[in-house]
Ligand binder design. Structure first.
Ligand code: ATP
Length: 516
């Protein structure tokens, strides 16, 4: 669901160290992420995941699924939580989207510029309105940095300082003031249209006819299928309150302005948990899940100094929510601000109440011990899988002028697409047979690469750029004493170990190779 504008945290001075362009270029160069339909010039808001991007995404997905469904956390009472998984259909009965409020209300305010022909999301544009009412009002993209803003103020407003302006997002500016605003990509005022509501659900037609009665929607969030199956799960499995249902899958939103690489895509993946509990217990569980989610992000090696837990102000909350915390990350494009990575929302009994009313089916829960009947409350930690992947890439991207690649990806070994590379020093001699032997032994246990061609420096550079924690190199000494060198990605330090110890070595060092 749309959340309010992230709070500007101007007191945070920390800046992200890297340029997004470099990350995008590495992703393409090494096969993490490509524009969808690249050979046709792409299609805005859609992305394809390459060989390494797919592995990385699967690793993040599996790590989340394990933490939620396979070995759920231990609850406050010392007992493991009960959480089950689902995989529901992308297309559901269209009535369900009326019940959830998406048909009527899943809207973003959209503004067009008549001159530049660009389309903006009004809540993503900052309007600078002169405090004294004199001179032009200017609009800026919310990700514009301070230097860019100053430069444009210099050109269009004789260098007036930013402090001369009241700053509001465009959706909060009264429409009477629109004629005096200079749009973000033009030089004259009055080219922006009034905001219009734009429904973000993609629709399609089911069956041969394409009339309104056959219209159906692609799900804009995965949680919907969980609520629709609440009764089925309670009736068919042995879960008892409190319990959770988790789902990972594709979601589709016809975003007005897809942007910032895969951050805001039109097709993306979500990882969502709906935690059902007694209405009297929602506060306790909300706190519990915030701590759990923090621990999870830490467990995948993220730099927690780049996280901000944004407790959404009461006035900004969705009507059904009494509390929402957005977990925000310091993305290179948002710095020095943070942008949303995950939302943890108390959704009350909103969804089950709506589906009960619209479907006419009873969805309340009968407690077998107390005989109490109630509609449970829901705590929802909702993360974008593809957005998590972007945060993982940004977090791992570490420029280092002291190595040939100039950069390495500091992935936690659990997430790294390749856990080790086996490199014969030369393609000649008898390095290759020994390397092949080691490769055949390790590949049964870990995803590893055997890379034979090119000079060793280039091969190390490649492994650094794809974030492989260890490189085993086979050289002349290998054939005399059966040892290999291990090169560590982060430090580039090398040590010699017995070749038959390589598997144990990997197992022992898998959790310690990350820099954070
Ligand atoms: P926004 O306000 O930025 O449009 P939202 O608050 O509506 O997003 P939610 O409905 O809370 O987002 O979705 C939960 C999570 O799904 C988000 O925290 C984000 O990680 C992910 N997500 C939402 N929209 C997109 C998108 N267009 N592309 C990629 N990930 C997305």
């Amino acid at each position: 669901m749309s959340h309010p504008e992230p709070v500007k945290k101007n007191d945070m001075t920390q800046t992200a160290p890297v340029d997004m362009k470099d990350i995008v270029a590495l992703c393409k160069r090494r096969g993490f992420i490509f524009p969808a339909s690249d050979i046709y010039g792409g299609i805005n808001g859609f992305w394809d995941y390459g060989p390494l991007g797919t592995e990385l995404k699967n690793n993040i997905r599996d790590h989340w699924w394990k933490a939620m469904v396979i070995t759920p956390p231990i609850g406050p009472d010392g007992e493991p939580l009960q959480i089950v998984g689902l995989d529901t259909s992308i297309i559901q009965n269209p009535r369900s989207w009326e019940a959830s409020g998406h048909v009527g209300g899943f809207n973003d305010p959209m503004v067009d510029c008549k001159e530049s022909k660009k389309r903006y999301r009004a809540d993503h544009i900052l309007a600078f309105l002169p405090k004294d009412g004199e001179g032009a009002a200017l609009a800026f993209d919310k990700d514009a940095d301070s230097a860019e803003i100053d430069q444009r103020l210099k050109k269009l407003a004789k260098g007036r300082p930013q402090s001369d302006y009241n700053i509001l997002t465009l959706d909060k500016v009264p429409v009477e003031q629109f004629p005096s605003i200079v749009g973000p990509d033009v030089k004259t005022p009055g080219t922006l249209t009034e905001p219009r509501q734009f429904n973000m659900m993609f629709h399609t037609f089911v069956g041969a006819a394409s009339g309104d009665e056959n219209k159906a929607y692609l799900r804009p969030e995965t949680c919907a299928g969980i609520f629709l199956n609440f009764k089925n799960v309670v009736d068919s499995s042995r879960v008892r309150m409190p319990f959770g249902i988790a789902q990972i899958g594709k979601a589709f939103r016809n975003e007005v302005t897809p942007r910032n690489f895969i951050f805001r895509s039109r097709e993306f993946e979500q990882m969502e948990l709906e935690w059902f509990c007694h209405p009297d217990e929602h506060e306790k569980w909300f706190e519990f899940w915030v701590e759990q989610r923090k621990a999870w992000w830490k467990s995948i090696g993220m730099d927690m100094a780049r996280f901000y837990f944004n407790d959404i102000e009461k006035a900004e909350l969705a009507h059904y929510s009494s509390r929402t915390i957005d977990i925000e990350y310091l993305f290179p494009f948002s710095a020095p601000d943070f942008d949303e990575l995950e939302g943890i929302a108390h959704r009350g009994a909103f969804d089950l109440t709506q589906h009960q009313d619209f479907s006419g089916q009873k969805l309340d829960y009968l407690d077998p011990v107390t005989n109490e009947r109630y509609l449970p409350h829901v705590i929802e930690p909702s993360t974008g899988l593809t957005r998590a992947l972007l945060a993982v890439l940004c977090d791992a991207y570490t420029p280092d002028p002291n190595r040939p690649s100039g950069v390495y990806l500091n992935f936690h070994p659990a997430l790294a697409p390749k856990k080790a590379a086996i490199l014969p020093l030369t393609a000649k001699d008898d390095h290759v047979p020994a390397a092949t032997k080691l490769y055949m032994a390790l590949r049964e246990h870990f995803p590893v690469d055997l890379d034979i061609k090119q000079n060793i420096g280039k091969r190390y550079a490649r492994q650094d750029e794809i974030g492989t924690p260890f490189c085993f190199t086979i050289d002349d000494q290998t054939n005399t004493d059966q040892t290999v060198t291990v090169r560590h990605r982060n430090t580039m330090k090398q040590e010699r170990i017995g070749m038959d110890h390589a598997l144990d070595y990997m197992r022992q060092n898998m959790s310690t190779a990350t820099g954070h």
